[in-house]
Design a binder for this molecule. Structure first.
Ligand code: KG4
Ligand code: ZN
Length: 355
């Protein structure tokens, strides 16, 4: 089956066509970064309007890129949660409209399930390995950071082992970049600068160093960087800026890697899967690869473009329901919340579990 994926949950309008085995035939992403930049954050109303303007052309481009027409499509998958309400509605309405007019099945997909499934996508240039259940998955994006045990393709098969109590990992990258006057999104900029820095030149605290907790907290590390800047001023030389970026990134990466491999060992699984924008980080990819090798774990990392928001991952996350003949049709509704299991209590304070 060929599946059209549509994603409009935040600040990217995306459409993609994939085959149900994960082969990506086209993958179009229109980003709104420039639109929101003057406001220093995403303006929901502007996001919805821009999605409305671009969603049709982006879908048409995805079909054109795949050399296909809507007649070739067997089903539609669209992000229906979590995200900005107005933005999600744009994707859902066009998906419903297309499905109704073409008599196609349509399924709603949880955006986080998309990130989780991105490791199954096959691009012409990537290898053919795909992860097998059960595995431990790290999802680290701009709005979400959590470790899950995954036993199957349904959201009911996904159990949270621990999530962030405050900032998501990507949010920490974005806030630190903003603090250093580097622009948005901060992740790719810090990634580039850190590659040429020496992390040992700046001493920053380790976030949540507790041995047995799979919960995260990145807001203390961000405050640590802020305090460093207050004491020393903004780095005036290129080299000191790179050292600071390297020190910050190393702390984030160490934490993500240590907890992911610990979770896999404690769940007695042999496979680790990563996803979300932060999974595009070069240091995270390299460090996780060597840590997994050390512990005899097999690592699945999506291609960098499949880590950040895209519609191919949404299409794949909807594929197994579409292939088994399911359709949400009229029952397809929007929600700002994820369906995934969530156990971590947000905010500061002591927890009963050791941290
Ligand atoms: O998954 P995503 O595209 O959107 C959400 O669902 O949130 O993730 C975006 C986040 C941003 O915070 C961005 O700074 C971060 O992913 N990001 C990175 C890198 N590329 C994107 N963080 C670290 N290193 C990168 N190379
Ligand atoms: Zn995302």
């Amino acid at each position: 089956m060929l599946i059209l994926g549509i994603e409009t949950s935040c600040d990217e309008t995306a459409a993609a066509v994939i085959r149900d085995d994960g082969l990506v035939l086209s993958d179009v992403v229109h980003t709104q970064i420039g639109l929101h930049a003057p406001y220093g954050g995403i303006v929901p109303e502007l996001a919805s309007r821009d999605h409305m303007k671009n969603v049709r052309p982006v879908i048409e481009q995805a079909l054109r890129q795949a050399n296909l027409s809507l007649n070739d499509i067997g089903g539609i998958a669209v992000t229906c949660r979590p995200g900005l309400s107005g933005a999600l509605l744009v994707g859902i309405q066009i998906a419903k409209g297309l499905a109704f007019s073409r008599r196609l099945p349509v399924v709603g997909v949880d955006h986080l399930m998309g990130h989780l499934m991105a490791a199954y996508l096959r691009y012409a240039t990537t290898e053919d390995r795909q992860p097998c259940w059960p595995y431990v998955a790290l999802i680290a994006s701009g709005g979400h950071t959590a470790l899950y045990r995954v036993d199957g393709p349904d959201p009911k098969d996904v159990r949270e082992l621990g999530a962030t109590r405050d900032d998501a990992a990507g949010e920490a990258f974005d806030k630190v970049a903003k603090l250093l006057g580097l622009g948005y999104p901060g992740g790719p900029i810090i990634d580039r600068l850190a590659a040429e820095g020496d992390p040992t030149q700046v001493a920053l605290s380790r976030p949540m160093p507790g041995k047995h907790s799979f919960e995260f907290s990145f807001s203390g590390l961000k405050t640590n960087v802020m305090r460093y800047v207050t004491e020393h001023g903004l780095p005036s030389e290129a080299a000191s800026l790179r050292h600071l970026c390297a020190a910050f990134q190393t702390r984030v990466v160490e934490t993500l890697v240590r907890k992911s491999t610990l979770a896999a060992r404690s769940e007695r699984v042999k496979t680790v899967v990563v996803g979300g924008g932060v999974a595009a980080n070069s240091q995270l990819r390299a460090t996780l690869q060597s840590a997994c090798q050390r512990y005899g774990l097999e690592l699945f990392t999506p291609a960098p473009r499949a880590c950040t928001d895209n519609a191919a991952m949404i299409a794949y996350a909807g594929a197994y329901r579409l292939v088994s003949g399911q359709s949400d049709a009229a029952s397809l509704v929007m929600s700002p919340h994820t369906v995934l299991d969530s156990v971590t209590r947000k905010g500061p304070g002591r927890r009963s579990r050791p941290a």
